[in-house]
Design a protein around this ligand. Structure first.
Ligand code: GN1
Ligand code: MG
Length: 357
């Protein structure tokens, strides 16, 4: 069924070209991405998962983003790269009968992204790209944008989802995850801290990227570009910074089974902070600057909760390669979080130095 639909949508999105090959591409956990080889060159084809995304909101946001980026691009360095290619009807998505949105994207030969890096220059450059992207987002009217996933970054809701999953989980899964479940208990105050901040009404509501992983920056001809705008939505910059720290600072993959290999690297924290705040520091409010670490802790804890919840639910959300995959992912997040908690004071010093320079 899935293959038939892929054939059909490929046919609709590539009407004129001769398609010689369609193959899976990339490492996303939610959507399906393909590389399409045609007589007119290579393209990326994507199916946005409709059981995760509010397709209407996503289509709406992309129309706005693409239109605004064209104007912004004329003046600034930020441009939406790779370009989304409009259909013959002029929109950026085509819906199938199940409500999934499909799109065609420019393929950039020779471009690369990094799941992990040992090079602090890569961390600094990728973070600077997110900083420039945020400068662009700051020029847009946040109230015009919709949530493509309701309450997406919401640590309290994620904690409640975990608690619900725990109530219903198979006993053998609970037993396997005993240590992680106990760790969640210990880290719960992180949620209260961010909740009171979010509820204070003092944080500026900003249009945010909300999936600022290292591998969502691609380097093309030496320049970094921010990709994966599916989760661009109203939010807070604290979580974008937090997700960078989560994905830039460990030398090991998010799903590295050897837990000894997940460590927190202060050097990459410093590099990414320099890159990001080098662009953004004059735009941030005091309350944002003062609460960067609560945002980091909350987003890493939230991610640990999301992986653990999915494990307890029987792996229904993230793509997995083996039954314990989500549990392994949860462990790396908890280890990273512990590494950060051990260094909080020195991280505050680094941030202070960068933010006041
Ligand atoms: C998912 O699909 P991908 O890899 O872009 C997830 C992110 C997680 C990430 C963990 C819509 O992103 O929130 O941080 O996995 N996206 C969604 O690697 O849930
Ligand atoms: Mg994503």
């Amino acid at each position: 069924m899935k293959d038939e639909q892929l054939d059909r949508m490929t046919g609709l999105l590539f009407p004129a070209e001769k398609v010689s090959e369609v193959k899976p591409w990339g490492t996303g956990h939610i959507n399906d991405t393909y590389l399409v080889n045609t007589a007119n060159g290579k393209f990326i084809l994507q199916r946005v998962n409709p059981s995760v995304f509010d397709t209407g909101a996503l289509v709406h946001n992309y129309e706005l983003l693409n239109r605004s980026a064209e104007d912004y691009q004329k003046m600034q360095y930020v441009k939406l790269t790779p370009r989304m290619l409009p259909t013959s009807a002029g929109s950026y998505h085509l819906l199938d009968e199940n409500g999934a949105a499909w799109r065609k994207v420019e393929f950039l030969p020779g471009s690369k992204s990094f799941d992990i890096t040992t090079d602090t220059r890569v961390s600094e450059a990728a973070a600077a790209a997110y900083g420039r992207f945020q400068l662009f987002l700051n020029t847009l009217d946040v109230s015009q944008f919709r949530e493509t996933i309701p309450a997406f970054h919401h640590p309290l809701k994620r904690l409640q989802q975990f608690e619900k999953a725990l109530e219903k989980a198979e006993p053998y899964l609970i037993e396997k995850a005993e240590a992680e479940i106990q760790a969640v208990e210990q880290f719960k105050p992180i949620v209260s801290e961010i909740e009171s901040l979010l509820n204070s009404g003092k944080l500026p509501r900003r249009l945010s990227h909300y999936d600022t992983k290292l591998n969502n920056v691609i380097f093309h001809r030496g320049k970094p570009f921010v990709i994966d705008l599916d989760t661009v939505m109203p939010g807070t910059v604290l979580f974008d910074f937090g997700d960078m720290v989560r994905t830039f600072t460990s030398p090991a993959a998010e799903d590295e089974p050897d837990i000894e290999r997940t460590v927190f690297r202060t050097s990459h924290f410093e590099a990414l902070s320099k890159g990001y705040f080098g662009q953004l520091k004059n735009e941030l409010s005091e309350i944002e600057k003062q609460n960067l670490l609560p945002g980091v802790k909350a987003i890493i804890f939230e991610q640990a909760l999301r992986f653990l919840t999915d494990f307890l639910n029987g792996n229904i959300y993230y793509k997995t390669d083996y039954p314990d995959h989500n549990l392994v992912r949860c462990r790396t997040q908890l280890k990273l979080l512990t590494g950060i908690l051990n260094k909080e004071q020195s991280l505050l010093n680094i941030l202070q130095k960068i933010l006041i320079l």
